[in-house]
Design a protein around this ligand. Structure first.
Ligand SMILES: *Cc1c(COP(=O)(O)O)cnc(C)c1O
Length: 367
């Protein structure tokens, strides 16, 4: 049996007629930049998350940069984020003129360890960016409390968590501004790059909308210099179709996660992901820990099972951040886990047989 890491073709086949129609509509109307699909998507996505505004932009990384600019980040301002994330989170801070400050990840939940945030706050700290990593919401009660106490902005990086709940609210509704990515492999993925900023703040929304579109309010009336980072018409049309199915797909992801838990329950050679109390993860990834990670990954590959590593090098240990001179003892959990984390295949179309096959191969490896 072959088990891919994800299966975008299977997803396309399940909605092919509707998708082809939506795409050809955009082409028939030459609505490539701006247009009806984009304005519809901005409304649909804001409704889905539960915010007053959604602004489609070119990608999730730009969404972060634009959000930081909107919050008035100035040169030298510090922004706190988890050492265990994709580089987009930290890269955006630097690109917006700020200084990256890493915090170790939580040993059970892999999101930012909220017990270690306050020791990193200085009089230059401007914001915290919690990442809802692998589809699991960060501990938002603690983060919002710390932010309030220290007068900091919160930007949720929900690139991996479309539709996830923290208690009774969706992620993206807690921060001053929040961002999503529609990279094809994300839970809600376009057929190319795409991203969105969501917020309840009218002023921030207006600034983001203008900044992403050359600082203009109308054609050739530019109030300030911005950039060109717009969600295009084709991607918006694709996302409008997919948005109708995202809840169903997230339910399926959770079902797959539960099959893994069933079939691997009591098997103590690996450590299954833990859910934070009160959250509903959308399992962008199903990440286990293994002391023989690389050998296990290789064994799975020999048995036609694709797996991934998120992430093989913690952000502070990347060459890109060598200038910060961090050592493993600065972020012991992130450092220890970078050689143990393994992402098993998970996607909404995955069958119970496929999950069973993966689980059996994991057990076989340890025999
Ligand atoms: C994918 C991702 C991003 C960036 O999104 P792009 O659309 O690829 O620019 C940001 N943060 C996290 C955690 C991501 O996984």
């Amino acid at each position: 049996m072959k088990v891919p890491f994800l299966d975008l073709k299977a997803q396309y086949n399940s909605i092919k007629a509707e998708m082809d129609n939506a795409i050809s509509n955009v082409i028939e109307n030459s609505a490539f930049v701006g247009g009806k699909a984009v304005s519809e998507f901005n409304k649909n996505f804001a409704d889905f998350i539960g915010t007053n505004h959604a602004i489609g932009v070119g990608n999730g990384t730009d969404a972060l940069i634009i959000s930081l600019k909107a919050l008035g980040l100035k040169h030298g301002d510090e922004v706190i984020l988890s050492a265990n994330s994709f580089i987009a989170t930290s890269e955006a801070v630097t690109n917006a003129g700020g200084k990256v400050v890493f915090v170790d990840c939580h040993p059970d939940y892999y999101t930012i360890d909220t017990n270690k945030i306050e020791e990193k706050i200085t009089n230059k700290t401007k914001a915290i960016i919690p990442v809802h990593l692998y589809g699991q919401p960060a501990d938002m009660d603690s983060i919002m409390e710390i932010a309030k106490k220290n007068n900091l902005f919160v930007i949720e990086d929900a690139a991996q968590a479309h539709g996830a709940f923290y208690k009774d609210r969706k992620v993206g509704t807690f921060g001053d501004v929040s961002i999503f990515s529609f990279y094809p492999g994300k839970n809600l993925g376009a057929y190319g790059d795409g991203g969105a900023i969501v917020t309840n703040d009218d002023k921030l929304a207006k600034y983001c909308r203008m900044y992403a579109n050359h600082g203009r309010i109308e054609k050739y009336n530019h109030e300030f210099e911005g950039i060109n980072s717009r969600l295009d018409g084709l991607q918006a049309a694709v996302l409008n179709v997919k948005l109708k199915y995202i809840d169903e797909w997230n339910v399926n992801r959770r079902k797959v996660a539960n099959w893994y838990r069933d079939k691997l329950s009591g098997f103590n050679k690996i450590i299954l992901p833990k859910e934070l109390n009160g959250v509903t993860s959308v399992y962008h990834l199903f990440v286990i820990r293994s002391n023989k990670r690389d050998e296990l990954k290789e064994f799975l590959k020999e048995n036609s099972i694709s797996s991934g590593i998120h992430y093989p090098i913690g952000l502070p240990f990347l060459k890109a951040y060598g200038y910060l001179n961090h050592t493993p003892k600065d972020f012991p959990v992130t450092y220890k886990y970078q050689s143990k984390l393994l992402s098993l295949p998970i996607f909404p179309e995955m069958t119970e047989e496929q999950v069973e096959y993966v689980a059996n191969k994991i057990k076989e490896f340890y025999k």
